[in-house]
Design a protein around this ligand. Structure first.
Ligand SMILES: *[C@@H]1O[C@H](CO)[C@@H](O)[C@H](O)[C@H]1NC(C)=O
Ligand SMILES: *[C@@H]1O[C@H](CO)[C@@H](O)[C@H](O)[C@H]1NC(C)=O
Ligand SMILES: *[C@@H]1O[C@H](CO)[C@@H](O)[C@H](O)[C@H]1NC(C)=O
Ligand SMILES: *[C@@H]1O[C@H](CO)[C@@H](O)[C@H](O)[C@H]1NC(C)=O
Ligand SMILES: *[C@@H]1O[C@H](CO)[C@@H](O)[C@H](O)[C@H]1NC(C)=O
Ligand SMILES: *[C@@H]1O[C@H](CO)[C@@H](O)[C@H](O)[C@H]1NC(C)=O
Ligand SMILES: *[C@@H]1O[C@H](CO)[C@@H](O)[C@H](O)[C@H]1NC(C)=O
Length: 575
């Protein structure tokens, strides 16, 4: 028992030992495609994909039936033109199609369903920044204002949404607690089936007059939505609602005086030259139509539901679109950073919600947050994802039978094989460009990469004094042996002082692993990674001991390193 406790305590403290302050553990790789890690991952991805590309009736086996499911997958870095990983598959069933493409490639158009919500939120951010997130939706929607007035005196919290309290920010981050989807797929469409299943008939007025066909117009939508019950109060827990984004579409139209279709065409697709993206059905000959047109939803006009799920796009266009997000082409870097943040947790600690991001914390070695959005409509299923830590994005577009499970199977391969390899690719580059020996006068500092995160200080001496020992003696609880100190990028970079030679200064902070000051990690609180609370806690003349700045030359190689508290700059003398 004693030894078991000891072991548990040890492994918890070992895990906490290399815990950084969040964010990337190395600078994002600039040429990931040439790293061994990505080359292996690419091979592994292809092998693993081929092994599941077979028909299987076993419900416990993940398989994508190659005869009836077509797809396109791309993983790409903003630093490279060509995708890091790509794979296109054309189902046997569509190879002889007379409508739509017979071969899937990066230009093939799929429906992307609810990924459209990302376009909608991006348009809103381009128009108003996130200042509008705190505004009540009633300010832009007269129907909502009327409903608030009509409900005055008879409001019932279980039956009625408190419309006056709903903000735009709650709509876009699934925090309004609204009905999921009015009209579309309501079971009253099949009264005979429902009666056979034991459901009584419903009043005529409860039967939506619209939904899939014909789509609801604005009057019908508000009439319908205002009669639905809330799910939860605003800003309690995230509850997925498509109708929230129909409302955002109307708000955008009120803000701009333009139709949503025109907005998305002009401000996104024309601006970014996305010739294979559209809010309405494009020519059949550029799309994948995996079955009868009327049964795939290929030609279903989403009308006022376009902001929630109507957009069509290709793998190449989705890559261009996502690169524009990751490189701050349409929004400022500060706004993009605010946008790529969670707004709420779900019941699963690895799954958070943003606006409108579905945020997965994946990876075993350390948690990597992927900002994703999924979409499903008819025979189509899709997922896009962004990894801000790596400047990398991915797109999965599927058309055919069991499209949703194919998307998840492909998503598992991308997030299980390719994403973890990105930290390794980043380590390979850090090892080449940043690790090495830095020296000036009789001060020497050696940085190495090992299996752990960040750049480890292997040796640091000044005037014959071991600085790692000095740092250890400054700890509240010094360790036996050599201190483990690792440098992590902060994201602060500058070209301000570079003059003509194109150098960049890049800031890092070091993290010292040692015994936690609050005692051994035995319980839920002491087991947590508390590093972010302690960054910069020791200072020398108002400069923190953990601050380090590299000067990086134009070729990406470090030229010098400054441990800023020591007021020295050490030239890189050996790689
Ligand atoms: C597609 O057409 C080719 C040539 O006409 C034919 O050999 C093949 O059997 C057809 N495949 C399917 C799945 O119908
Ligand atoms: C919506 O459709 C209904 C039924 O066809 C019609 O009465 C109403 O005028 C339409 N409203 C709008 C805004 O088009
Ligand atoms: C826009 O994209 C099309 C097709 O991908 C390409 O042929 C064209 O050169 C692009 N135009 C611009 C201005 O980049
Ligand atoms: C789709 O169209 C085909 C004929 O083109 C017809 O046989 C089929 O019943 C239609 N399906 C639906 C769901 O309407
Ligand atoms: C592929 O990657 C997975 C997940 O990282 C790993 O478990 C598996 O061993 C790898 N397979 C090969 C052949 O490298
Ligand atoms: C280190 O260098 C300084 C001057 O650069 C010198 O004064 C000092 O004696 C040197 N110390 C050792 C231990 O070599
Ligand atoms: C060029 O870069 C080096 C080190 O990166 C720096 O010391 C030097 O001042 C720079 N020269 C100019 C002209 O900016």
């Amino acid at each position: 028992m004693r030894s078991l406790l000891h072991l548990l305590a040890f492994s918890a403290s070992a895990a906490a030992q290399n815990c950084a302050f969040g964010g990337p553990i190395f600078p994002a790789p600039k040429s990931a495609s040439s790293s061994t890690a990505i080359q292996h991952a690419r091979h592994n991805f292809t092998q693993s994909l081929r092994s599941i590309l077979r028909s299987s009736s076993d419900p416990d086996v993940t398989a994508i039936d190659p005869d009836v499911t077509s797809f396109a997958v791309q993983v790409y870095s903003v630093h490279e033109e060509q995708p890091l990983v790509e794979y296109y598959h054309t189902a046997k069933a569509v190879r002889n199609n007379t409508v739509g493409v017979n071969k899937v490639d990066e230009d093939t158009v799929f429906r992307i369903g609810s990924i459209s919500k990302v376009h909608t939120v991006l348009l809103l951010l381009m128009e108003t920044g996130d200042a509008s997130f705190h505004e009540p939706i009633s300010k832009y929607l007269p129907e909502i204002q009327e409903a608030i007035e009509a409900l005055e005196g008879s409001h019932d919290d279980v039956d009625h949404v408190r419309w006056g309290e709903v903000t735009i920010g709650e709509l876009v981050s699934q925090a309004a607690g609204l009905f999921r989807l009015y009209g579309f797929g309501d079971l009253t469409e099949t009264p005979d089936l429902m009666s056979g299943l034991g459901f009584p008939p419903v009043e005529e007025e409860d039967i939506p007059p619209c939904g899939f066909y014909p789509p609801c117009n604005r009057t019908q939508f508000f009439n319908g939505l205002l009669g639905t019950h809330p799910v939860v109060p605003t800003s309690s827990v995230p509850i997925y609602s498509n109708d929230a984004f129909v409302l955002v579409g109307y708000i955008l139209e009120a803000l701009t005086g333009k139709s949503f279709v025109d907005l998305v065409e002009e401000r996104l697709f024309e601006r970014l030259n996305l010739t294979h993206s559209s809010p309405t059905k494009p020519a059949d000959d550029i799309g994948i139509i995996p079955g009868l047109v009327n049964e795939t939803f290929w030609d279903t006009d989403m009308a006022d539901m376009i902001p929630t799920g109507g957009i069509y796009s290709s793998a190449k266009d989705m890559s261009r679109f996502s690169r524009a997000i990751l490189t701050n082409e349409l929004l400022s870097p500060a706004l993009t950073r605010r946008w790529l943040k969670p707004q709420a947790h779900t019941a699963d600690p690895s799954f958070s919600v943003g606006a409108p991001w579905e945020i997965y914390s994946v990876n075993d070695a350390r948690k990597v947050d992927l900002y994703t959005k999924g979409g499903n409509i008819g025979s189509y299923s899709a997922m896009m994802g962004l990894s801000p830590d790596h400047d990398v994005g991915f797109t999965i577009l599927v058309g055919g039978n069991a499209a949703t499970s194919a998307t998840w199977a492909l998503g598992d391969l991308v997030t299980g094989i390719v994403i973890p390899a990105l930290d390794r690719a980043a380590r390979e580059e850090a090892s080449k460009h940043l690790a090495g020996t830095y020296a000036s006068g009789n001060e020497t500092l050696r940085l190495v990469t090992d299996h752990g995160p960040g750049l480890k200080i292997a040796k640091w001496e000044s005037n014959g004094i071991d600085i790692l020992e000095s740092l250890n003696s400054l700890q509240s609880r010094p360790v036996d042996g050599t201190l483990d100190v690792r440098l992590y990028p902060t994201g602060l970079e500058s070209t301000a002082g570079s003059g003509r030679n194109g150098s960049t200064t890049v800031s890092f902070r070091s993290v010292i692993s040692g015994p936690p000051p609050m005692g051994p990690p035995n319980g839920p609180l002491t087991r947590l990674c508390y590093t972010w609370l302690t960054v910069g806690n020791t200072v020398y003349g108002s400069v923190a001991l953990d601050e380090f700045v590299f000067k990086i030359g134009e070729d990406g190689d470090a030229v010098s390193l400054s441990p800023r508290a020591l007021r020295t700059s050490l030239a890189r003398v050996r790689h």
